[in-house]
Structure formats: C-alpha cells, structure tokens
Design a protein around this ligand. Sequence first.
Ligand code: ATP
Ligand code: MG
Length: 342
Amino acid sequence: HPRVFSGVQPTGNLHLGNYLGAIKNFVALQESHECIYCVVDMHAITVWQEPNELARQIREVTAAFVAAGIDPEKHVVFNQSQVSAHAELAWIFNCVARIGWMNRMTQFKDKAGKDRENASLGLLAYPSLMAADILAYKATHVPVGEDQKQHLELTRDIAQKFNNDFAESIAAKGFGEAYFPLTEPLISGPATRIMSLRDGTKKMSKSDPSDNSRINLTDDADTIAQKIRRAKTDPEPLSTELEGLKARPEADNLVGIYAALAGLSKEAVIAEWGGQQFSAFKPALAELAVDRLAPIAGEMRRLMADPGHIDALLGAGAARAAAIATPVLDGVKDVVGFVRSR
Ligand code: ATP
Ligand code: MG
C-alpha cells in the first residue's frame, strides 16, 4: 500500500523553497497516505555543522514540520540518527551502489566544488544513505523538490540492483520476486524549483551565503517585503503569456512563487497580472507571502520555546519509525546472508 517518506536537512535557515517544494506537499499528502517525515541529521553532517547549532536546527526543522501542519500523532516525525536502521542499510547499499554512480551526481559536484578530493566521503555517499532512508520503510512515494530528482533515480537503481543481485536469495527466503519497491518521486505543482532572489539561474538554498537570496520561514513581515522588493528582475512588465516567461528566469520565479502561495496555476497568475509592472506585483506578492508564512513562523516560535516537548516528540516518532524499519532491515540481513541470533 502507498507509503510516503521524505526528509529535510537541519542545515540552516528553512526557506520558501523548502516550504513550497517539499513541506507544503508533505502536509497535503497526510490526507491520502501513511507518511513518514524525517529530520535527516546524518545527511547534514556530510558538510561541517557546529554541534550546538546542529541540535538547534534539528529542533527547528521539527517545529517547522508541526507548525506547517504535519500531525506527529497520525503520522511519523523523527530524526534520522535515532533510528540505526538508516546507517546499517546505508552501509549495505554502499556495497551495492557503484562509485561511478555517485561521481555523476550534480549535488555532489555542486557541494564539493573544485576541491573534490577534500570533500567528506559522506558527501559522496549521500545518495546511498538517502536510498536507505526511503527503502528502510519500503516507501512507494517521495515528495521532493526538482533538485532531488537525480537522487531519486539513483534510489531506484540501488533498489533494482539489490533486487537483481540477490534475486535467488530473495525468492528462497520467501520474499517473492523483489524485496524493494521502485519508489516514485512526487514532484508537482508550480514550485518544484524555487530560484534564488538574487540569481534566477541558481536554486534558493539554505547554504547560499547571501541571506537576501532567500525568504526564510522565520523572516518577519518587513524583511520579507524588503527581500521581495529588492529581488532581481528585468525592467519589462510581466508577460501576458506563459511562453513569454521562458527567457526571463527571475520573472518566472516570482510568478511561480505567487502561484504556489495562492494555490493557483502560473497561467491563472499571468491572466491576472500579465502586462503589469513589478512595482505593482511585488507588493502583492510580499503581502501574500507574509499572509502564508507569518502563522507558521509564529507557531514555530511557540514550539521552540519548549525544546523538551520537541525532543519527546522526536523520541516517540523514532520508536514508531524503528518498529517499521527494523523488520525491513532484518529481512535484508537474511537476504544478504548475515547471521542473526534470534
Ligand atoms: P542545502 O543547501 O543544505 O542542501 P536545501 O535548501 O537544499 O539545503 P534540503 O534539506 O537539502 O534543503 O532539501 C529539503 C527539501 O526541500 C527537498 O525535498 C528539496 O528538494 C527541497 N528544496 C530545496 N531547495 C528547493 C528549492 N529551491 N525549490 C524547491 N524545493 C526545494
Ligand atoms: Mg539540498
């Protein structure tokens, strides 16, 4: 039956891209699916994280999940490092996946930069851990932003290679034809790739050094308005047809953000705003963004005032996650040929 898994890294300021590309969809899927949402702290340390700041960020992402409308009672919310199945399965996948597969990942190339030899080994193996996150729950669907599409394809490759490499053992142990499902990415809506406000060719990112490049979930109304007012645009009025946005990445981005926040299609936004100047569109966009984000920021602040409550929530979620992942991992161990003392 359908099961959703997704994760967010506790690596810094949660931004509008994380919200529209991921968290907003996490909330919507709760109606129709069994959902498991993870704060992926083990992914975060693939690049250096200051320990006290990491702990704070883990709680802040958890608070954002709950503030945005994820129900930790009905669904599962936890942090990755509290469920050891992720690390154990990732190791097995490190032995299934090929080095060449990892070397081709654009996220690795982007994050490692020029000095690739000096990147952490974990940064290279990141997609293998991500496959483990998903497959430890035999998740069928993974809502993510466009930037994670390549990693999702790799997850399918790993699942497929595992199913093939161990086909005989899988059948012999009574698991049928395939142990792991081939997971589907869920990348939909007008906001699967929100771009930087300073550069329409770069995605909005937590790790961008410029705070003006992104709208943080915790920004106050004035900051949001100012960042949108200063957002890079061209001097032309808004296009009257969708086609006209193709060569205008910054304009396209702002229209996409408006559409996603308003729950409209980009066509509908163009129908309303086409032909108008950014001096009119930007304040309307800022108002809409503040309207949608302020309640979430307020609730995050309230939740962050009680870290003990967040930690308890994560602990309870981890126990429920482990109850699902442990039998899946045990099956993998049997399939691989590891001896388990029962
Ligand atoms: P980092 O720079 O540390 O990688 P990030 O901003 O990319 O941070 P992640 O924690 O890596 O955030 O990703 C969490 C989720 O947010 C993923 O599903 C990812 O696809 C989505 N996401 C990240 N950036 C964007 C964006 N600009 N537009 C849409 N979705 C995004
Ligand atoms: Mg990222």
